[in-house]
Design a protein. Structure first.
Ligand code: PDD
Length: 285
C-alpha cells in the first residue's frame, strides 16, 4: 500500500514518522475521513474546507492549496488502484522534542492512506441500539482533532453494552452528538439536530442531509433538544461518512417509535446516492 507522507508517496513499510511527532505525545493534530465510492471521492472539497477550518483553529500552519492536496489525494487513489472505501488523512503539528508550547520552525507532518470501509447495509435495514453517555469531551468538538480518547471510551462502553453507538449529552440533559456520528430526531415530520457550534463536529454528512432535506422538502431545524425529546421522538437517526444514515431503534432499552427504521431516515437514505454528484455543499447551512 502506498502512503502519502508529506510530499512523497512511500510504501507503508517505509513510512517513517519520528517518535517525537506531536501526534504521538499530544494528539496535536487534525484529521479527516473521506469516502470513496466507485473510484470517486465523495464531497472531497467539503472535507478539505473543514480540514482548513480545523488547521486554522488549531493554528497549524499548513496550506492545502499550496500543497495541491486534492491532486495528491487523487494520485494516492490512482497509485493504490483504490475504488471503494475511505482515505484517512491526518496533519500533525510536526516532530519536536517534547514540550507543550508550539515549537518554532517545525513543519507539520501529513499522512494519508486508504482504509477499508464497507456500506453498513445490515444496520441500515435493521436499525441499531445506542446508549446515552455523558459528554466527557473537551469544548472544541468543532475541531476534528486527533484527541479522541473521550470518543473511544464512550464507543467501547456502548459496545460492551451490546449497542453500536453512544449518544452524548451535556449538562444532564442536552443531546450533542454521537461518539463518531451526528444525531437527528424526527417529531411530527420535522427533523431536528444540534446547532453547529463548539459542542459538535459539523459533519459533512450532516451538511449533506441539510442539502437533501432541501431537495426533498423535508423541514429541518438546528435546535438543542433534550433526552426526553430524544426518547419520545418518532425517529432517531445518525449520520457520518462511514455510516451514511442509520436509524437508531433503541436507546438504553427504550424503544424509539415502533422500533423499526423510520420513513424519514429511509427517504434520506434513498436520496443519498441520487444526489451524490453534488459538487460542493459549502454554505448550504
Ligand atoms: N467520524 N461527530 C463525530 C464526533 C465524528 O467523529 C464524526 C465522524 C461525525 C460525522 O462527521 P462526517 O459526516 O464528516 O463523517 C460527527 C469519522 C467518520 C471517524 O472518526 O471515523
Amino acid at each position: 500500500m502506498f502512503v502519502l507522507l508529506n510530499e512523497n508517496f512511500v510504501d507503508r513499510t517505509e513510512c517513517l514518522i519520528d517518535i517525537e511527532d506531536r501526534a504521538n505525545q499530544f494528539g496535536d493534530g487534525v484529521y479527516e475521513v473521506i469516502r470513496v465510492y466507485d473510484g470517486e471521492f465523495f464531497l472531497l472539497h467539503d472535507h478539505l474546507r473543514r480540514l482548513t477550518y480545523s488547521l486554522e483553529e488549531a493554528k497549524i500552519d499548513y496550506d492545502i492549496r499550496h500543497h495541491k492536496l486534492a491532486e495528491q489525494l487523487q494520485k494516492l487513489m490512482d497509485m493504490n488502484e483504490f475504488k471503494e472505501g475511505g482515505i484517512y488523512l491526518q496533519i500533525s503539528r510536526g516532530a519536536s522534542p517534547r514540550s507543550h508550547p508550539f515549537p518554532a520552525d517545525t513543519k507539520p507532518t501529513l499522512i494519508a492512506y486508504p482504509i477499508p470501509v464497507s456500506r453498513p447495509t445490515e444496520s441500515q435495514e435493521q436499525g441499531i441500539n445506542a446508549i446515552l453517555h455523558e459528554d466527557i469531551r473537551w469544548l472544541r468538538c468543532d475541531i476534528k482533532s486527533l484527541n479522541l480518547l473521550g470518543n473511544v471510551m464512550a464507543k467501547q462502553t456502548a459496545l460492551d453494552a451490546g449497542a453500536k453507538e453512544a449518544i452524548f449529552y451535556r449538562d444532564y440533559d442536552h443531546i450533542t452528538e454521537g461518539s463518531s456520528t451526528n444525531v437527528f430526531i424526527v417529531k411530527d415530520g420535522v427533523v431536528k439536530t444540534h446547532p453547529a457550534n463548539h459542542f459538535i463536529l459539523n459533519g459533512i454528512t450532516r451538511l449533506y442531509i441539510f442539502y437533501l432535506a432541501e431537495q426533498l422538502q423535508i423541514p429541518i431545524v438546528e435546535e438543542v433538544y433534550s433526552i426526553e425529546e430524544l426518547k419520545h421522538a418518532d425517529e432517531v437517526f445518525i449520520s457520518s461518512t462511514t455510516s451514511e444514515v442509520i436509524s437508531v431503534t433503541n436507546i438504553d432499552d427504550v424503544q424509539i417509535g415502533n422500533g423499526k427504521p423510520g420513513p424519514i431516515a429511509q427517504k434520506f437514505l434513498d436520496a443519498f446516492f441520487k444526489h451524490k454528484d453534488v459538487e460542493q455543499l459549502s454554505n448550504t447551512n
